[in-house]
Write a protein that binds this ligand. Structure first.
Ligand code: NAP
Length: 257
């Protein structure tokens, strides 16, 4: 906990995670993404606390959490989910993801048997995966008794790896959401002239344009993280930005070889 306080998110900015969560709930965010591994479970505890304090009805929010790849045996998945629910102080999560593919040689059959059971027990509403390439994503689809809702992957203006490996197109054709993580995590965005020009045309920031570019794509949603209430507000407002076709194509081509 001490490590988290000194070096975790907010250590440099002075904004706390709880302040950020309160701001996000007040602004109107409804989707919150966490994981059993984040801050050793403390992230789930803080989210639960902020939600309870807000008085916002649980059913109007969408909560995602994730099981870590070292907990993918049947009993471990059930236990991880129970622990996440206890830390969140909730009866169910809307979406439960396998955070990363298992280590080489380990199967995901057991994990999906447990995850299917969690859906039947009403502890999880939807199932998904994260950082899954095509072969494993298709395997997950075949093992899940309910449709895979999402594959959460890195996707941002300078990172098209999940476009290049065919995952984005496959998801778009198979009714699976791509949840783009780390959508604004790169250094040069604010100084890129083309992005800056588009941002100015929309009276927006370059970060907002980076988000608008993602959610302009079919079946793509995104989960920016910020501890700064001003940034949290800007990221929320980015959903309203409509890029022209030409702007979209310019942004798409920026980092292509
Ligand atoms: N599934 C996975 O394996 C995986 C891996 C990584 C992340 N994720 C998920 O994705 C979420 C986001 O990813 P991330 O934290 O890696 O990257 P990110 O959201 O792209 O970037 C976060 C950084 O961007 C800054 N930022 C955010 N909005 C901004 C804005 N409008 N203007 C200026 N700066 C802004 C934040 O600083 P300030 O706090 O100062 O605003 C923070 O330093 C995580 O919270 C996590 O839930 C999932």
């Amino acid at each position: 906990m001490e490590y988290w306080r000194r070096f975790g998110p907010g250590a440099k900015t002075g904004f706390s995670s709880l302040t950020a969560l309160r701001a996000a709930l007040e602004i109107g965010y409804t989707h919150f993404d966490t994981a059993e591994i984040y801050a050793g479970g403390h992230s789930e505890e803080l989210l639960g606390k902020a939600v309870r304090e807000s008085g916002i009805p649980r059913e109007s929010l969408f909560i995602t959490t994730k099981v870590s790849p070292e907990h993918l045996q049947y009993d471990q998945v059930l236990r991880s989910c129970e622990n996440s629910l206890r830390r969140l102080g909730m009866d169910y999560v809307d979406l439960y993801l396998i955070h990363w593919p298992p280590r080489v040689g380990m199967k995901i059959d057991d994990a999906f048997r447990a995850m299917n059971q969690l859906v039947k027990d009403g502890k999880v509403r939807h199932l998904g995966v994260s950082n899954f390439k095509l072969k494993l994503l298709k395997e997950a689809q075949s093992l899940s008794e309910t449709p895979i809702l999402t594959n959460q992957v890195p996707y941002r203006l300078p990172d098209h790896s999940y476009v290049e490996n065919g995952v984005l197109e496959y998801c778009q054709h198979n009714d699976i959401l791509i949840t783009a993580y780390s959508p604004v995590k790169f250094r040069n965005l604010p100084v890129n002239q083309a992005i800056r020009a588009i941002a100015e045309a929309h009276a927006a920031t370059p970060f907002q344009i980076a988000l608008a570019w993602l959610v302009a794509q079919p079946r793509v949603i995104t989960i920016p993280m910020s501890l700064n209430p001003e940034h949290i507000r800007e990221n929320f407002a980015a959903a309203e930005i409509e890029l022209s076709g030409e702007e979209f194509r310019t942004l798409s081509g920026l980092y292509q070889a």
